[in-house]
Design a binder for this molecule. Structure first.
Ligand code: DX5
Ligand code: ZN
Length: 213
C-alpha cells in the first residue's frame, strides 16, 4: 500500500487518484515529539476520507495514542496503528479501536522486540514492523530487521487468527521479496511508489513480487 508521506501534500487528491490499484492508503501521522518530524492530523485525515472510498491505514507516530487514536477510528479509518512504545494501556486502546469499528494495529520501532508483546497479539489485528527508524520517507531498508519479521511470523502463526504482518520503511523492488519470504503480508511503500514514473504500475509490480508463482 502506498504511503502518502511521499506524495505532494498540496495535491493529495490527485496523489490518491494516481494509485487506483492500491489495496489501501497508508497515512503517516507525526507529532514532532514521538518522531522528529511533523506531518498531518485528524482534519486532513477527515478530508482524505471525504474524497476516497479506499481503505485508510493510519500509522500514528505520536505520543499519547491512548488519547488521540480513537478519533481516527471515528473518522472512518478502517485500520489504526499506534506505536507500542507510546501507548500507556495498549489492551484498552486496542479494544477501544475495535469497538469503534477499526482494525487495531501495533507498531514496533527497530529496537523494540516483539517477544515482550506476544501475550497482546490476540487483542490486535496487525503488527507493523518498522524497517527504518520512523520519521522520514526515503530511508534505506534495515536488513537487520529480517530476523524479527521471521520471529513475528512464527508468533502470529502460533496465535492463529487473521493478524496481518506489515512492513514499513525502505520497501522497494529491491527489498520487498525478502520481506515476503520472511513472512510479511502487508507492505508499505512511499518513495518507491510516488517517485516512480507510473505510481500505479509500481503498486502492481510490487504486489507481483510478493506472490511469486
Ligand atoms: C516512515 C513512515 C513510512 C514512510 C515510508 O516513518 O512510517 O510510512 O512513508 O517511506 P519509504 O517507503 O520511502 O521508506
Ligand atoms: Zn508509516
Amino acid at each position: 500500500m502506498p504511503s502518502l508521506l511521499s506524495a505532494d501534500f498540496a495535491n493529495l487528491q490527485s496523489a490518491i487518484e494516481s494509485v487506483p490499484s492500491a489495496d489501501a492508503l497508508h497515512v503517516d501521522v507525526m507529532d514532532n515529539h514521538f518522531v522528529p518530524n511533523l506531518t498531518l492530523g485528524l482534519p486532513v485525515v477527515e478530508s482524505i476520507r471525504s474524497v476516497t472510498e479506499a481503505m485508510l491505514d493510519i500509522h500514528l507516530m505520536i505520543e499519547d495514542p491512548d488519547r488521540w487514536a480513537p478519533g481516527y477510528a471515528d473518522a472512518g479509518a478502517e485500520s489504526v496503528t499506534f506505536h507500542i512504545e507510546a501507548a500507556s494501556a495498549p489492551v484498552r486502546l486496542a479494544r477501544e479501536l475495535r469497538n469503534r469499528g477499526a482494525r487495531a494495529g501495533m507498531a514496533l520501532k527497530p529496537a523494540t522486540p516483539i517477544e515482550a508483546y506476544r501475550d497482546l497479539l490476540p487483542e490486535i489485528d496487525m503488527v507493523l514492523i518498522m524497517t527504518v527508524e520512523p520519521g522520514f520517507g526515503g530511508q534505506k531498508f534495515l536488513d537487520l530487521m529480517l530476523p524479527k519479521i521471521t520471529r513475528t511470523r512464527e508468533l502470529l502463526d502460533a496465535v492463529g487468527g487473521d493478524i496481518w504482518l506489515q512492513i514499513d520503511g525502505g520497501v522497494s523492488v529491491e527489498t520487498i521479496e525478502r520481506c515476503a519470504e520472511a513472512g510479511a503480508d502487508a507492505f508499505v511503500a512511499g518513495s518507491a511508489v510516488f517517485n516512480a514514473d507510473d505510481p500505479d504500475a509500481m503498486v502492481q509490480t510490487l504486489r507481483t513480487l510478493t506472490s511469486p508463482g
